[in-house]
Design a protein around this ligand. Sequence first.
Ligand SMILES: NC(=O)c1ccc[n+]([C@@H]2O[C@H](COP(=O)([O-])OP(=O)(O)OC[C@H]3O[C@@H](n4cnc5c(N)ncnc54)[C@H](O)[C@@H]3O)[C@@H](O)[C@H]2O)c1
Ligand SMILES: O=P(O)(O)OC[C@H]1O[C@H](O[C@H]2[C@H](O)[C@@H](O)[C@@H](O)O[C@@H]2CO)[C@H](O)[C@@H](O)[C@@H]1O
Ligand SMILES: [Mn+2]
Length: 447
Amino acid sequence: MKAPYAISIVGGGSRYTPGILRMLVAEKGRFPLRKITLYDNEAERQDKVGAYGKILFQEYYPECEIIVTNDAKTAFEDIDFAFMQIRAGRMKMREMDEKIALRHGCLGQETCGAGGFAYGMRSIPAVCDIIKDIRKYSPEAWVLNYSNPAAIVAEATKRIFKDDFRIINICDMPIGIMGFYAKALGKRPDEIEPRYFGLNHFGWFTQILDKKTGEDYLPRLHEFFKTPMAAVGDLHPTDKSWMDTFKFMSKMIQDYEDYLPNTYLQYYLYPKHIVEHEDSNYTRANEVMDGPEKKTFAMLDEVIAEGKLKGTKYEPKPDELADGHAGYIVDLATAIANNTGDVFLCMTENTGIISNLTEGMMVEVPCHVGINGVEPLNIGEIPTFQKGLLENQFAYEKLTVDACLEGSYKKAWNALTLNRCVNDTDVAKAILDDYIEVNKEYWPELK
Ligand SMILES: NC(=O)c1ccc[n+]([C@@H]2O[C@H](COP(=O)([O-])OP(=O)(O)OC[C@H]3O[C@@H](n4cnc5c(N)ncnc54)[C@H](O)[C@@H]3O)[C@@H](O)[C@H]2O)c1
Ligand SMILES: O=P(O)(O)OC[C@H]1O[C@H](O[C@H]2[C@H](O)[C@@H](O)[C@@H](O)O[C@@H]2CO)[C@H](O)[C@@H](O)[C@@H]1O
Ligand SMILES: [Mn+2]
């Protein structure tokens, strides 16, 4: 692999793609491209993103070719990287995932609880079929996957693409939280580094280290975030449900003295509280469709109508690039291409990294990343409380992948019963049967 690189963005119609394109322009010095291909199984939205991308690259990256396609061969031939961010079933199925669970009195969430189970059952075949295509045309391309639910996708890709070290599953939540910690510390995000363990969307920060002095800021942050208002204010100005999520972090920190929790642990440690505060007629999927998604595509329409970016209100400005989502995946690709060994949180097989957890679990831990892939830092033994939670969550994730790959109704039922957000045999069956009804075109048949 040599610069300038060729990359494919899989799920090119994603609302995150414009941000990634802007980040690639900004990082062309460290990570130069010769070709970028947008690939999607739908045309309408991707064509808009593609038209925006062509204007952006015409003005800021003329040396890089940009192609928009629904054809796998065109998308995956002769590429060095695939950035994957598909949503199997799109937002309409996310809405179903969330509302069906709530109808049964259980958490409805994109990647957690019963919602995450339904989403995982769709994502496994969709993501794995695409990776098979990528491997057909570019056997050594790096596959950097954001497609959720990343924990379940990581467990499935580990099994189906054994030892394929160029498939890396990642999440931007810890980096989003770290951005928040940095503000509270009065530091830049790149001045601090996490020590962390867990499964994806189910983990804990154990240290927040100053990269220069090695000082651990976790105790200071623990004290700071015990004050509810400190956990939000202008530290994370975003929409209501994210503000609520970051506010709730204070409650978790007051209740749990050890470590700093990933925000997603709220769903597993306080499922009753969360369900009581959900609106089963208007869930996060509705908020996203009415909010960020609508805003992004309105922006694209305006830019396309204008036919330019320079001199308009949408002209990309360097200080407006603070996009954790785009930054993370571009930084990761840059670390691989330049063999930097920088530390990223990635999902990787537990080969003794966490000595008292099941071998093979796809744990999310700090890894040095370079041209030979991820090299995890050792974690050692973890406390019984976290071990108990993680082993149960892993059993749920493993059974979900088993159910999908084997077409097993029983294992799907077992998985849902095990999930801390369901935790009841009869409720699990009722939810499963409702999900089967609406997922016929996405799930394998379960017998
Ligand atoms: N890992 C993380 O931390 C993280 C962070 C943010 C978003 N995400 C994930 O990124 C993905 C994209 O999010 P979004 O809100 O932009 O979703 P979206 O609804 O815009 O979908 C993205 C694109 O995927 C395409 N797609 C769906 N199935 C496909 C298939 N089989 N082949 C090719 N394309 C397909 C859709 O047509 C759509 O254009 C989701 O899975 C989301 O959960 C992950
Ligand atoms: O509810 P959504 O669709 O807005 O977000 C779901 C995703 O949330 C996390 O990603 C966040 C990120 O952590 C945050 O810092 C900011 O960048 O927004 C992102 C997307 O909204 C989570 O990591 C993803 O897995 C979820 O898909
Ligand atoms: Mn995530």
